[in-house]
Design a protein around this ligand. Sequence first.
Ligand SMILES: Nc1nc2c(ncn2[C@@H]2O[C@H](COP(=O)(O)OP(=O)(O)OP(=O)(O)O)[C@@H](O)[C@H]2O)c(=O)[nH]1
Ligand SMILES: [Mg+2]
Length: 209
Amino acid sequence: MGLLTEIRSSISGLFAGSEPKRIGIYGPPNAGKTTLANRIARDWTGDAVGPESHVPHETRRARRKENVEIKRNGNSVSIDIVDTPGVATKVDYEEFLEHDIEKEDAVRRSREATEGVAEAMHWLREDVEGVIYVLDASTDPFTQVNTMLIGIIESQDLPALILANKTDLEDASVQRVSNAFPQHETIPLSALEGDNMDEVYDKIAEYFG
Ligand SMILES: Nc1nc2c(ncn2[C@@H]2O[C@H](COP(=O)(O)OP(=O)(O)OP(=O)(O)O)[C@@H](O)[C@H]2O)c(=O)[nH]1
Ligand SMILES: [Mg+2]
């Protein structure tokens, strides 16, 4: 190795440990991904990532919040959070019509959401180094899980933290979510109320630190 190459590689070695990890927040539409991304961003940087909405497919392009530094027990872990559009098997414009959105707007939204899903899948294969998988604990996990997404996570061997969100709702069952992912640990939370965020941050540090 030439001297210059050697110097360059030792310099990049110095910085390798402090490079933020790119963590994608994945899951079905309406699970609370943006609510969670905003909570994490607000807790550690003071500003939000994007708008939250009860209308599914609110997030239609992936959004990134860079360099979020989470401090845990004297250590700190630096992550870029990528909030992705909800991954559904298909995006139907009629879904939007139920939310009082005009047809033309609904068709545009469903086209954007479909492109967003393809983009989120692409990032999962090419760009993301860890996954936070958010499910709505108040509905059946088997209707929410996308097998293609799980397949990519497994084949890329990405560290994946499974979160059972919306535990504040009466119908929430964390057990149902953890039964759907027997090989993983499932962490309960309410992104909306901010319940159990300490454990979520501990796990983020443990999985992605
Ligand atoms: N009760 C309850 N509602 C929540 C919670 N987290 C999110 N929500 C609500 O669920 C709805 C969807 O939240 P978002 O954060 O926009 O969901 P998303 O997963 O980003 O949805 P898309 O961008 O459409 O894929 C909103 O009305 C949120 O207020 C929670 O912990 N408890
Ligand atoms: Mg969203």
